[in-house]
Design a protein around this ligand. Sequence first.
Ligand code: SIN
Length: 412
Amino acid sequence: MLSTDFLIIGSGIAGLTFALKVADHGRVVIVTKKDDTESNTNYAQGGIAAVFGSDDSPASHIKDTIKAGAGLSNPEAVEIMVSEGPALVEKLSRLGVAFTQSQAGGLDLGREGGHSNRRIVHAKDYTGQEVERALVHQIRSHPNITILEHHLAIDLIMAKSGGEEACRGAYVLEPETGKILEYSAGVTLLSAGGCGQVFLHTTNPAIATGDGIAMAYRAGAAVANMEFMQFHPTTLYQDSLDENERSFLISEAVRGEGAVLRDLKGRAFMPEYHELAELAPRDVVARAIDSELKASGDFHVNLDIAPIGIERFQDRFPNISRGCAQRGIDLTGNLIPVVPAAHYICGGVRTDLDGRTSIKGLYAAGETACTGVHGANRLASNSLLEALVFADRAATAAIREKPEASAVPAWD
Ligand code: SIN
């Protein structure tokens, strides 16, 4: 059996944040199914919602989060996320994340659906990729951290501890040899992302198969709110998608900058559904599009980017511009065909406010976890923020609670 102090399953923002914090307190092994940067985080275009604007307030961010969550969020968890988030975003900047700066100086703040203010900290339209780049760079230079790429965690190792079932690591498949490795660990973190691949059309990459949640469930951990699957309103409509191709996201920030949803006759329909029109919470927008498509029989609606202007669009959204061009969409026509697709699971492995699951020794953070922040529907760009804050808190708790080094020979 191999052993480590901290075993982390998944390499998105939650796993990497946790790893960097615990690494000064013991040996860390990160298990990831593909390359170290392949995670749902990597595909987050929008950004990280955090209160930095002079006209903004934590109370407003809390209110917007709970409203989007249909009143089912845990207010304490929301308050923690909103109040602890900005300092952790600043820490990301210090770790090398190049967030877009405004012309007047300071962070450029974008707007997205359901937010009353401009509060989306972003790196153009590839925020998740930029966060992953910077964190992986830090991880790779830390002597206590080992990354096992192309390894698949299969199940948790459970053992009795003081009469209580506890998690003691995980069984990991090494595909190259076909061997199942046993990794013993004092602390195990599940940060394996979501489960979009359960659906035919999803913005999630191939790795998002829900295995973190499934492993916890099989081990007897409490899971919650699995019925709250969020659909992103605007993903690029394509006649046919390759079996392995995910739906290409057209960020909510595009509507935040003024793009308008129109049916194929050119009618702007969102004002008929919500007073915030294009900036209504994303569940409202996704349902409105669905209802329009059912009534018209069309396969998609259009996102009209004329109000932004092509030059500004290409500067603010280089990733989306490139993705559309690669898929044969001519943006000079100003119309991007869009449909909703499965995007984010609001539920997951239930945790307390410090990332502890109902199983001793097992913590969860990021999309795999259900902290109670999102309620029935996650507010745009709260996912990276939640992952950051609760992974940081889980790390603090795990450092305090990790058992003394086991008798198992050290893994190297
Ligand atoms: C987007 O850019 O629209 C996605 C961001 C998110 O899911 O919060």
